[in-house]
Design a protein around this ligand. Structure first.
Ligand code: BYC
Length: 331
């Protein structure tokens, strides 16, 4: 009898849950934004925390390969642009951590996950920046790929993420243009500089294609994320859009895409590209890319060195709260 009563409760709550989930999906299908205080399935919340925090970590770790060149920028103009770009990326990380916090996780928790190596960040930032042309290649290809992936995220069903993405995309679009302009200048300067740009393209092309994630047949989360309108396009759809937009830009620079299988399909109008080395992608994700250890070491060092700032901010906040409490007790 006891079991029977429990089963009745279970069935009732299952029916209630199913109704709530159906109503939730109805709101998504009607293109309504979901806000932090609205009811949402736990799996939707977890997916967003996973994606937004990985995105935030990518922006923060993404400051490292470019930050490496701030002191070596060739002119004051280039240095100012690079400084602004790296600062923008720090800002993007902060908006994104704030968006994740609206889902009930703290920034400290997320930072801890990054520093302990538990959380992922984009594979692309585990590659080294060997020459000044790499800075242009990051702007052109990495920010270019980021824009392709992130413009549709401005229409993501979760309000805080979609709003953060609008500003981020505006800034990324400036980053992409400054990268392309930098490379155009180098390509028009001398054969030696053009060769440096070609070498950067050779090294960054395939890792940039990997930024879009595993192919659709291997993507774990795409189908559900598309149904929830977190993602609007699959990984392969976005990768194809990126290739189609970028190949003519490479040709305009007089460069060769390092892919012997690349060819224009006259019927579809799409550029067909060769097989991505997914074993390299898996290695980088596992922590065994060219710079994974170096990046984590740099982040841990920066976090430790910033400890005094967190302590000072906390001490100030506690002092202010105590002063306020004393004031209201006296009133
Ligand atoms: N690197 O089922 P899937 C930027 C993971 S731009 C590392 O397809 P999902 C910037 C994926 O997380 C870069 N991990 O997943 C630009 C999942 O692992 P878990 C950041 C990757 O989420 C310029 C597993 O593989 N942009 O910040 O549906 C300068 C299976 O994948 C990668 C974003 O984060 C990768 N490349 O789709 C400075 C954009 N690809 O969680 C900074 C938002 C896949 O199951 N994110 N994985 O352990 C997204 O759009 C999606 O999360 C992804 C992956 C397209 C990346």
């Amino acid at each position: 009898m006891y079991t029977q009563a429990l089963n009745t409760v279970d069935t009732a709550s299952t029916v209630e849950d199913a109704e709530r989930e159906a109503a939730f999906q109805g709101r998504i299908d009607a293109e309504e934004k979901i806000e932090p205080n609205d009811w949402m399935p736990e799996a939707y919340r977890k997916t967003l925390v996973r994606q937004i925090s990985q995105h935030a970590h990518s922006e923060i770790v993404g400051m490292l390969p470019e930050g490496n060149w701030i002191t070596r920028a060739p002119t004051l103009k280039r240095k100012a642009a690079l400084l602004a770009k790296v600062q923008d990326e720090g800002g993007h990380g902060l908006y994104l951590y704030s968006a994740a916090e609206t889902l009930g996780v703290s920034r400290e928790e997320l930072t801890e996950q990054l520093l302990s190596g538990k959380a992922k960040y984009s594979s692309i930032f585990n590659y080294p920046t060997l020459t000044w042309a790499d800075i242009g290649a990051i702007g052109w290809l990495v920010d270019g790929a980021a824009i392709m992936n992130q413009i549709p995220l401005c229409r993501c069903s979760f309000g805080p993420y979609s709003r953060a993405m609008i500003r981020i995309c505006k800034e990324e679009s400036f980053h992409q243009r400054q990268g392309y302009e930098l490379l155009l200048t180098m390509c028009r300067s001398s054969e030696e500089q053009k060769a440096m740009v070609q070498d950067a393209l050779n090294r960054w092309w395939w890792p940039s294609l990997m930024m879009f994630g595993p192919s659709d047949k291997d993507s774990l989360h795409s189908a559900q994320s598309m149904a929830w309108k977190i993602k609007r396009f699959t990984n392969d759809e976005l990768r194809q859009k990126f290739v189609d937009a970028t190949v003519p830009q490479a040709h305009f620079l007089g460069l060769t895409i390092p892919d012997e299988d690349l060819k224009l399909n006259e019927e579809t109008g799409h550029w067909e590209y060769g097989e991505i080395d997914w074993s390299e992608f898996a290695r980088v994700l596992k922590g065994d890319g060219p710079c994974n250890r170096q990046r984590m070491k740099a982040r841990r060092k920066a976090h430790a060195e910033g400890g005094w700032v967190r302590e000072a901010a906390l001490a100030y906040a506690e002092k202010r709260a105590a002063r306020r409490a004393a004031k209201s007790a006296a009133a």
